[in-house]
Design a protein around this ligand. Sequence first.
Ligand SMILES: [Mn+2]
Length: 236
Amino acid sequence: MSVTAAFELARTAHTGQVDKVGEPYVGHPLRVALSVVGDELRQVGALHDVVEDTTLTLADLSARGFSDAVVAGVDAMTKRPGETLRASMARVSADPLARVVKLADVADNASPVRLARLPTEEQRKELALKYTATCTLLGADVMAVIGTVPAEPAVALSRELPERLLGTGFRVVDHLRGEWVRVVGDDAVLAVVGTTEDARLFVDDTPTPWTSLAGAFRGLWAAVRPDEPLPEHLRG
Ligand SMILES: [Mn+2]
């Protein structure tokens, strides 16, 4: 089956759907497809959202002649109802086509141009957190994936974090525009916190709203050291 056939099927399947900024949805899978190289990768790229977001099924793709590898790639990219981001990315990681397409998917969704067009800062922040978590779970560097995010000075939070994390087993891996900080612990629990005014903790993809940075640290500690009291330097 050809790349053109995948493009045509994606066009038909996504007809009438619009993306978060109101443009025809199909632009997204086609951009993703064009950003990867190789026939099977391009087919998975074009079709990566059809099973999740349209009435097409994996059986339909097989019946139309797409290869087992392409159908498996689309299957891996298809989120199951109620599934955590961690579980979904474990499946994506295990499929060679899906992992490459997923990173291209994140790069397209998280491009600064697209994020800037979202209506609210809250939406931008939630999505940036999600994409950062996705990259971490895929073992990829979000900064390298997004690529075009300009380096800006870290805000107070990311300067103060490394010191506050001493002794917790967590370390700051990087930050995105100084607003979202990626923190990774030895036991692979993932945490991301926001600004000092609006700190959030993500363990896997479960967001936990906190009213303060101190609250986020309490939550972080409780998640990974449930039996130990909160150290002095994480209080207040
Ligand atoms: Mn997508």
